[in-house]
Ligand binder design. Structure first.
Ligand code: ATP
Ligand code: MG
Length: 418
């Protein structure tokens, strides 16, 4: 019987993992530079955590969740995003306290039942931050600049920040009314989903990707005209902050994002180097979610970077001749049983001393073993045969210079560590 990876998932193979490790390393370094600490939450949660926060009428909740019953009949869902789990964990573990900033980051897999295509998988990976405890627009600016710094360090340019304010509970109801009256006579010509959204959550109409609906959406009223004074000031301060850091941005009044919990700032970072799925990062403020989850009233901000799309950009821009994995420092080639035994001990001693080492257990010819060592790009090869055993010595070959010398077994390791 043949098995394949489930539709929409991908094996990340050894020749690609070095790119992933590089990205993850850069993310961690930058997150920590900005004083964020890592949090790891379970990959599944109670279903309600997502339905309540992301919103029943969003695409994620209505179509994309991996939801199942466990053996006791509890409804669980593979996390489609990480903000709700982090908020849950922060409240449950008392990480959110008065007069304190809590800055958390995560890296890990997310799951959405979407139609697989370029830039869209069913298991994908995100790196992101969540910060709790301040409604200062400087937090939004710091967050956006942190994401941009990560891209910058990864050598990714040609990016743009799309920025909007989605208002708050005070000003959004007025916007709902305007949106409803704008779409009232158009909704019949729009898609079925939009017709549902019109009844349940009119703001979601703006997120529709159908080309036919887009034509109407382009002319819809802009939220900026109805923002309350607080939201307006907040938005202006974010813009001033981005300008002072010389971060390129574009105000996009139609940007509402695919999740309901956002308040005020919503943003996406889009790349000119990707196709239709061009967003590499999305985020914004969610000043009411912590309280809605039963925590203290807490302003919050977060973003998530889509790592598959970052890998895609890096692979398309860099020439692919970098070494794909760490080469071993030492390769031990042996001839005969006795030599294999000594070689085995030397390999384990080398590893114990922190030298990456390997040998060939396939009992190939010496020539074939040398070829393997060369393919593995080993720096040194230690050759042990019958002659060498008699002399209690081995031959150490420097693979870069081609030079070789006879050397006592113990001396060999000493040579490599000094
Ligand atoms: P999109 O507009 O691409 O559907 P989204 O708004 O659903 O994105 P978010 O929930 O904001 O995405 O997630 C943040 C980032 O995660 C996205 O900008 C994207 O880079 C990445 N991402 C989201 N869904 C997927 C997926 N199914 N496969 C790969 N990456 C994804
Ligand atoms: Mg999506």
């Amino acid at each position: 019987m043949k098995y394949t990876a489930p539709r929409g998932t991908k094996d990340i193979l050894p020749d690609e993992t070095s790119v992933w490790q590089g990205i993850e390393k850069t993310c961690r370094k930058l997150f920590e530079l900005y004083n964020y600490s890592e949090i790891r939450t379970p990959v599944f949660e109670q279903t309600e955590l997502f339905t309540r926060s992301i919103g029943q009428t969003t695409d994620i909740v209505s179509k994309e969740m991996y939801t199942f019953l466990d053996r006791k009949g509890r409804s669980l869902t593979l996390r489609p995003e990480e903000t709700a789990p982090v908020v849950r964990a922060a409240i449950e573990n008392n990480l959110i306290q008065k007069d304190k900033l809590t800055k958390l980051y995560y890296i890990g897999p997310m799951f959405r039942y979407e139609r697989p295509q370029m830039g869209r998988q069913r298991q994908f990976h995100q790196a992101g931050i969540e910060v709790f405890g301040s409604d200062n627009p400087a937090i939004d600016v710091e967050g956006i600049s942190l994401a941009m710094q990560i891209f910058n360090r990864l050598g990714i340019s040609n990016l743009e920040v799309d920025l909007n304010s989605v208002g708050c509970n005070k000003c959004r109801p007025e916007y709902f009314i305007r949106i409803k009256s704008f779409f009232k006579d158009k909704i019949k010509s729009m898609c079925e989903d939009c017709q549902k959204r019109f009844e349940t959550n009119p703001l979601r109409i703006l997120d529709c990707k159908e080309p036919n609906c887009q034509k109407f959406i382009e002319k819809a009223p802009a939220i900026k005209d109805i923002l309350c004074p607080e939201c307006k000031t907040h938005f202006e301060k974010v813009i001033t902050g981005l300008e002072s850091l010389k971060i390129k941005y574009k105000v996009n009044n139609r940007l509402v994002r695919g999740l309901d919990y956002y308040t005020c700032t919503a943003f996406e970072i889009v790349s000119g180097q990707l196709g239709a799925q061009n967003a590499v990062c999305g985020g914004g403020r969610y000043d009411t979610l912590v309280e809605e989850f039963g925590g203290p009233k807490t302003a919050a901000f977060g973003f998530a970077i889509g790592l598959e799309r970052v890998v895609e950009i890096i692979k398309s821009t860099k020439s692919n001749n970098q070494p794909s994995k760490q080469a071993p420092s030492l390769y031990v080639a042996t001839m005969g049983d006795e030599a294999e035994k000594i070689g085995f001990e030397l390999v384990s001693k080398a590893r114990g001393a922190g030298i990456s080492a390997d040998m060939d257990y396939l009992r190939k010819s010496l020539k074939a073993q040398m070829k393997t060592a060369d393919n593995e790009k080993a720096k040194y090869v230690l050759i042990i045969g019958d002659d060498e055993i008699k002399k209690n010595k081995a031959i150490l070959k420097n693979m870069q210079t081609g030079g070789q010398e006879e050397i006592a077994f113990d001396e060999a390791l000493h040579r490599l560590t000094s």
